[in-house]
Structure formats: C-alpha cells, structure tokens
Design a binder for this molecule. Structure first.
Ligand code: GLN
Length: 552
C-alpha cells in the first residue's frame, strides 16, 4: 500500500504552484514550469518539479515516441514524460518516481487498494478516491522544499484532466491560498490582417478554469509579438488577474533565453510578492553565459542523427545533449535529421558525405535497421566520428560482426529469431545485488533494464579518458544486450569492449581504437546531459566532429 500523506503532514513552509494550460496544446508548459523553477532556484529557493499526466497509460513507456515524444528515464528507472527532462536540465535536480504520475497509475493504485479491501466497503468514486490518490501523489515524498511546482498535462477542458483540476482546487482550499498559486499558460493568437493580438481564447480558457473553481493568480500569455499594455489591462479585467500578473511569454530565440525573458517580465518577482517572500534578485549569470555562447558561436558543425521517428521531440534529449556539447566547445551544432529508411533506399553517401559526425540513436524494431547499419559502416569506413546509443551501439556491433568478422547472419534476436544472436535477450541481471528476471512473453510495460546501473571502464580506453573516471553510472532503457561471448571475435575485428557491468557480463561500451572517434554505448548518456554540466561523451563527440569538419 502506498504511504498516505495529508495536507496536515506537509511541511508548513512548502508552497505549491500548480501550472495548467489553456487554448491549445504544445504551448511549452514543461519549459515554462522548468523556467519558473530555475528562476526560483536562482533566488536561492529549494524547488521540486512534478508532472501529472491525465492520459490512461500507466506510464509513457509503451507509447510510440511519434505521438508523445521521447520517453525520459530517471535514475530510479521510472519511464516518464519528456518534460521531466526539461525539469532536470533546467534545475539540475534528478527526478524520481515520485515526480511523474498518470491517470493509469492513479487508477491502478486505487483499484489495488480496492481489491485489497483498504476502502472498508466504501463505494469507490472519482471524488474522493481518485482525487485522494492524486493528492497523495502531490504531497508525498517531499522534504523541506520551498516550492513544489506541479504541471498538469493536457489542456483545460480535456475530460481526463477534470479530476486533476478538482484535486488542485481542493488542495488550494485545504492548504490555504497563501500556500498555493495557480499559473495558467495561454495563447494570444496574432491575426496579421487585423494586426491584432486576440485575447478572447484566453478569456474563455480562464472562464473554464473558473467553472472548476480555480481562479488563476498569474497568466503566462504566449505571444509572437509584445503585448500592448491596454491588451494586458483587458485580459486582467476579464480574467480577474492583476495587470502586473498578466505576463508576456514571447517566442524566445532559444530555450535558454526563456528564464531570463520571463524574469524580465516580472514572473519570479510576482511569485515572491504573492507569497510575501523577500528574496534576493535571481542570479541569472549562468544563464547569461549560455545565452552569450549560443548567440556568438565560433563556428558551426553538422551532425547527422540517423533515426526513424519523424517527430523531433522523439529525440529531445539527444538534440539537447548535442547542443550542450556544442556550447562546451563554443560551437553551434546543426543537426541533420536523417530517416534511416532513406539511407536504405539511396545509400549512405547521399546523406552523410557532408557531416562532421554521425549519431545512431536508440530505437526498437526492424524498420530502418538496414539504413542504420549502413550509416555505421559509412562512419567506420570513412573515419567519421561516430556515436551509437543503445540500439545504435547494437547496430554498430552487428555491423562489425557482419562486415569485418564475416559472420553474415549476425543479428539481434529482437529483429530476427533465426540470426546468430550477437545481441540477445537477457533474462536476468544484477541490480544492487538482487536478481532481476524477465521472460520473452512477459509484459512489455516497465520490464526493460531501466534506470541507473554502474559500469566499469577499461584502463587506457577512450571512454576512461573521456570520463576521467574508472567507474561511472548511466541510465538504461533496453531489453536486449550484446552477448559477452563474442568479445574476442569483436576484438579481432577491431572493436574493443571498454565498459562492462561490474560482474563483467554485460558489455556497456564499445570502441574502435583504430578509428579517430568511434564509440557505442548501451546506455543513454543524453539523459544526464545538462546545459551547465554537458555530458563528457557529447562534449568529446562534438569536438571530434568539429575537428573532422575542419578536414572536410
Ligand atoms: N530495442 C533495443 C533493446 O530493447 C534498444 C532499445 C533502445 O535503443 N532504447 O534492447
């Protein structure tokens, strides 16, 4: 049974900010939440961010990334919405299973309790049982945070979102308005023919929130152009929000400009005023430094990402990590998104002859694999810096086995039951001394090797040099593993296994010493890259790509 937390047991100093969205989806609520948290952090407050997703999946792990973007993974192995990535990148605070929930998970908890008899014969209802479980999620697992920011997924008016709005309304009542704040993110569409920003959709959205008993305290209005004061006044009057709390959220030059832009509009000042907190102004110098580098790069490097999901959001963390690697080298990384199936059709040279580096990211299933393997081969044969991540590393190993070691039917049992399974299903492995066991026919949801695992690096390897360490911890999300029994064959074919699980059974990193820069990793380094702490592998990969471009 999950621990039950009540409003009384919540730390009295902790304040709760609830962020909802209106008018349309994709307004960047995750970034807005992360930016507000970063601003409060820059004023010296301790913050925590949480995401509540109203959809019915238990977690996004089984969702196609083309629909909802990448699945983010935390250290503790939670498969979460990609907004948790924004949270971690903007605040540097690692998220946990306590920071992401969906309606599926909430209902699962309620139904488990019902089956267990915990409700003592009561009729189970959305209010109070589902709302009670949502409340429990919001209030649990906290320490001495000054602010807990809870982002509610979806858009006001979504049928799945109603229990969440009801819950935060109740919480504001129970905790008191002096400890709770509602921030609503809306859109002011610009009509070019009239030369006007339209406030009506925002008015409607706020009316709808008010129907649920929620009066927003701050309106963050996304807009293409500056919002004239008289429009702010109008919104303030219609929506019952103070004029100075109608805040313009203008399209920014980059996501790194968002915190300081919001601050300039008075967002963090208004939050502090609302709660009656005297705090020093936000120290934005680290953000300013990043803005400065992003604005004035010393050059530009093209890096190909050969994947198969059309949606850029499906590779969000990779895109970000490449940018961070660029910032560390004072270079702009221009990502060339390449569909692996196009490489399959037209050949690798067609797409890859003008890039400084090639990255093959994670993936699942057969489609596009031929193109990914062709991309690895092109990188290997033409000495182009290569980074293979998870599926990308598996493809790199298969490529070497087929084209260098000459084992033509080398493959992965994920893709072909009759191949020589150089990459196979691992049915058991160690986690913190305990055995984790899987079987082929088990559930797909939540059953991969997930979250942080240690990895021991070989001395004198490129990996050890890049990390500057002997042992590292990285996040995983996969079901298949390179079979260690092929180590000596791989070695003869020029590929070394330079990172392994501490028991030596699971290959974690491969590299080609004869190649200028060729690294494959079974884990997802992109998940741990931060603008203020770029991941060493990405820094080194981008540097190698820059050096290679100079030769082009
Ligand atoms: N499909 C592969 C596996 O399950 C790789 C997964 C991934 O790239 N995240 O092992």
């Amino acid at each position: 049974m999950t621990e039950q937390t009540t409003t009384q047991s919540a730390n009295p100093k902790t304040k709760f900010i609830f962020i909802t969205g209106g008018v349309v989806s994709s307004l960047g609520k995750g970034l807005a939440s992360a930016s507000l948290a970063a601003l409060l952090q820059a004023r010296g407050f301790k913050v925590r961010l949480r995401k509540l997703d109203p959809y019915l999946n238990v977690d996004p792990g089984t969702m196609n990334p083309c629909q909802h973007g990448e699945v983010y993974v935390t250290d503790d192995g939670t498969e979460a919405d990609l907004d948790l990535g924004h949270y971690e990148r903007f605040t540097g605070i690692p998220a946990t299973k306590n920071d992401s929930v969906t309606s599926g998970k909430i209902y699962q908890r309620v139904l488990d309790k019902e089956r267990h008899g915990d409700y003592l014969g009561a009729t189970i209802q959305v209010i109070p049982h589902v709302t009670g479980e949502i409340k429990n999620f919001i209030l649990s697992g906290l320490n001495d945070e000054d602010f807990v920011l809870c982002e509610i997924g979806g858009t006001v008016g979504d049928i799945e979102g109603q229990p969440y709005l009801e819950t935060i309304r109740q919480l504001a009542y129970e905790l008191g308005r002096e400890r709770t704040m509602f921030v609503h993110l809306t859109l002011l569409p610009y009509i070019p023919t009239a030369g006007e920003l339209k406030t009506k959709p925002t008015q409607h959205s706020v009316k709808q929130l008010q129907e649920y008993g929620i009066q927003p305290d701050i309106l963050l209005c996304r807009s293409q152009i500056a919002i004239p004061q008289n429009e702010k006044r109008k919104i303030a009057q219609f929506c019952n929000v103070r004029e100075e709390r109608v805040i313009a959220a203008l399209d920014a030059r980059s996501i790194y400009h968002v915190p300081s832009a919001y601050s300039a509009e008075g967002l963090d000042t208004e939050v502090c005023k609302y709660f009656g907190l005297a705090a020093p102004a936000a120290d934005l110098s680290p953000w300013r430094h990043i803005e400065e580098v992003v604005e004035n790069p010393e050059g530009e490097v093209r890096i190909a990402v050969v994947g198969k999901y059309q949606l850029k959001e499906a590779y969000k963390s990779i895109d970000e990590a490449l940018t961070h690697g660029g910032i560390a080298n004072r270079y702009k990384v221009k990502v060339k998104w390449i569909d692996a199936e196009d490489v399959e059709k037209d050949g690798a040279a067609q797409y890859l002859s003008d890039v400084g580096g090639i990255l093959v990211p994670g993936g699942f299933g057969q489609r596009g694999t031929k193109g990914k393997i062709a991309a690895v081969r092109y990188a290997r044969e033409n000495n182009i810096p290569f980074l293979g991540i998870c599926f990308g590393m598996q493809m790199a190993v298969i490529e070497t086995m087929r084209n260098v070691a000459g084992i033509k039917n080398a493959g992965s049992s994920e893709l072909d039951a009759d191949c020589e399974a150089v990459v196979g299903l691992m049915t058991e492995w160690d986690r913190n001394g305990a055995r984790e066991i899987r079987n082929r026919d088990g559930d797909l949801g939540g059953t991969m090797r997930l979250g942080a695992y240690p990895c021991v690096l070989a001395k004198n390897s490129k990996a050890a040099e890049i990390y500057g360490a002997g042992e590292i911890s990285e996040r995983h999300r996969h079901r298949y593993e390179v079979n260690i029994k092929y180590e000596s064959l791989l070695c003869k074919a020029g590929m070394l296994i330079t990172g392994k699980s501490p028991d030596g059974k699971l290959p974690e990193i491969v590299e080609r010493p004869e190649h200028p820069w060729f690294v494959g990793v079974q884990f997802h380094p992109e998940l741990k890259s931060r603008p203020f702490a770029p991941h060493p592998l990405f820094v080194a990969f981008v540097k190698a790509a820059i050096d290679n471009s100079r030769l082009l």
